[in-house]
Design a protein around this ligand. Structure first.
Ligand code: AHR
Length: 540
């Protein structure tokens, strides 16, 4: 029998539409000048003298769960497949992911993690199990620890491993991390060597449980906190290279919304952290927040119009208030911001595509998702002092994916291109911008028309992202460069004919970025931005 996962998480509390300027680290005054009918001019100031937090590259992390075709077919095809692969891992997918410089991948779940027993996925003989959370299908365990680490290595990323708290034991989790990280002298280290990898694996991020308030075991915050302390103490990293520097960071289960149930959770865990002793440590608190309109009757991912575009983006902007709410609680117990808020599940969640297994969470990915991704990434950067990791759900073939595959075919989604365009923001330094966003109104929904962030890149350049949310009107942005000398700017812009434009296997280039350039004179840069577009540029 197929067991279908239904997630009863209720949507966030309904709040009135945001109007006027978004929350921003504004220094200069902002002015919106409505000029010609049908055209808008927005004044935007960048103050490079006031840099903010580092925009951690881990904000651009991914999530890959054993769910539907996220792993099997999406990453893993096996060595005997006719699909080109290296040691069973798809070459086309690896090449595409390398290009977006994925900083970390969270694995093996999700809900799956709290039912995962790592020994099923090592060695020459793999146990065949079931995946009760996601369609009740066979889990062959052919993609296990070594295959995941090989994949991480091939795409040039880092592993974020979630251990099983719900149906596992501290001993099982401790032995898994020992198996991965111990030098070969121990029995578990030797077993890893016998299975093909003599050197310890680096495990920089450890997730202790997943949604332990729900699919991870329906725990109270107090019960979870006591479990977390035990796992934090006994699940050790033995990699000699991770003892003094690059220490493994431990991430606790955090809230899944904004209601009192979730604020109580954050209060309890952070209060516990404040009183922590030498014998346990917590470096991150996770936050899960999907953009979904109605869990019982979700929006469609394709074939929709402007009403659904506006309403869905209104919903996604609630991420800002949610982060602010939990950050404020964290500030009470951790004013030095030692504990990161880790948004390790976020993205759009729509109705499953007709004809797909509902437990596989298959959805299309449109221009709306590209705009949604940009708005969320911008929110994370504005909270970069506290939000230091985020993982979009999920990397391939599941929910808001970067990549869709069908046997030998692969297509890159609009969201993929946003992540590619944002690569220069990885490990950059936030620079405040000031703008009057103006308003875009559709029916009873009013949204900020324009969103923008700026940062000093690792390459020394000043980078700017501007999103024009308005699907009907172009925007002219007058950028006041205040002290920055530049002749112009170059970069890329992403738009498409319709809000629901998608890339398909047959038409993969409907939503792809195109080159963009703009000129500056007299200390001002003029940007003309197409409706419903995401633009990333650097000053030249
Ligand atoms: O991403 C799909 C699921 O959503 C994850 O398994 C779970 O953590 C969340 O409910």
């Amino acid at each position: 029998m197929a067991l279908i996962h239904t997630n009863p998480k209720s949507p966030l509390l309904a709040k009135p539409a945001r109007s006027g300027a978004p929350v921003c680290f504004c220094i200069a005054l902002l002015t919106l000048v409505a000029t010609l009918a049908g055209a808008q001019t927005v004044e935007l100031s960048i103050d490079t003298s006031k840099t903010g937090a580092k925009i951690d590259r881990n904000l651009f992390g991914q999530f890959a769960e054993h769910l539907g075709h996220g792993i099997y077919d999406g990453i893993w095809v096996g060595q005997d497949s006719s699909i080109p692969n290296i040691r069973g891992i798809r070459k086309d997918v690896v090449a595409a992911l390398k290009a977006i410089k994925v900083p970390n991948v969270r694995w093996p779940g999700g809900c799956f993690a709290d039912g995962y027993h790592w020994r099923n996925g090592i060695g020459p003989k793999r146990s065949v199990t079931l995946n009760p959370d996601w369609g009740g299908v066979i889990e062959p365990n052919t993609f296990g620890t070594h295959e995941f680490m090989d994949f991480i290595d091939q795409i040039g990323s880092e592993p974020y491993v979630s251990v099983n708290v719900g149906s596992g034991t501290p001993r099982e989790a401790a032995e898994w991390i020992e198996y991965m990280t111990a030098a070969e002298a121990t029995t578990l280290g030797k077993e890893r060597g016998a299975n093909g990898h003599a050197a310890p694996y680096k495990v920089p991020y450890l997730g202790i449980g997943n949604e332990s308030w729900d699919c991870g075991g329906n725990m109270t915050p107090e019960y979870y906190l006591s479990q977390f302390k035990i796992y934090s103490r006994f699940v050790r990293n033995y990699d000699p290279a991770q003892q003094e520097t690059d220490k493994m960071l431990r991430i606790a289960v955090g809230p899944g919304g904004g209601e009192s149930r979730w604020t109580d959770w954050t209060e309890t865990i952070m209060k516990g952290y404040q009183q922590h002793t030498w014998s346990w440590e917590m470096n991150g608190l996770s936050l899960h927040n999907y953009t979904v309109m109605n869990w019982q009757d979700k929006f469609k991912s394709e074939g929709f119009g402007e009403d659904e575009y506006a309403r869905f983006l209104q919903e996604t902007l609630k991420m800002d208030d949610l982060i602010a709410k939990h950050s404020a609680i964290m500030d009470k117990y951790d004013p030095q911001k030692k504990v990161a808020l880790v948004v390790d599940e976020w993205g759009s969640w729509y109705a499953p595509l007709p004809g797909s297994n509902p437990g596989f969470l298959v959805q299309q990915n449109s221009l709306r998702d590209a705009v949604l991704a940009a708005l969320n990434l911008n929110i994370f950067t504005r909270h970069a002092d506290r939000v230091r990791m985020a993982n979009i759900a999920q990397m391939i073939n599941v929910l808001q994916a970067m990549i869709l595959t069908d046997k030998e075919k692969m297509v890159l989604t609009p969201t993929y291109y946003v992540f590619k365009m944002y690569v220069p923001f990885q490990d950059s330094t936030f620079v405040p911008v000031t703008l009057d966003a103006g308003k875009y109104t559709r029916g009873d929904v009013t949204l900020p028309r324009v969103d923008a962030i700026a940062a000093k890149g690792k390459d020394g350049k000043l980078w700017l992202e501007v999103t024009n949310v308005d699907p009907n009107q172009a925007v002219e942005v007058q950028v006041n460069l205040a002290g920055v000398s530049a002749k112009g700017a170059t970069g890329e812009t992403l738009t498409a004919p319709k809000v629901d434009s998608i890339n398909t296997f047959d038409a993969p280039n409907t939503v792809v970025p195109k080159a963009y350039s703009a000129k500056a004179s007299g200390g001002r840069l003029t940007l003309k931005l197409e409706p419903k577009s995401v633009t990333v540029i650097s000053l030249e």
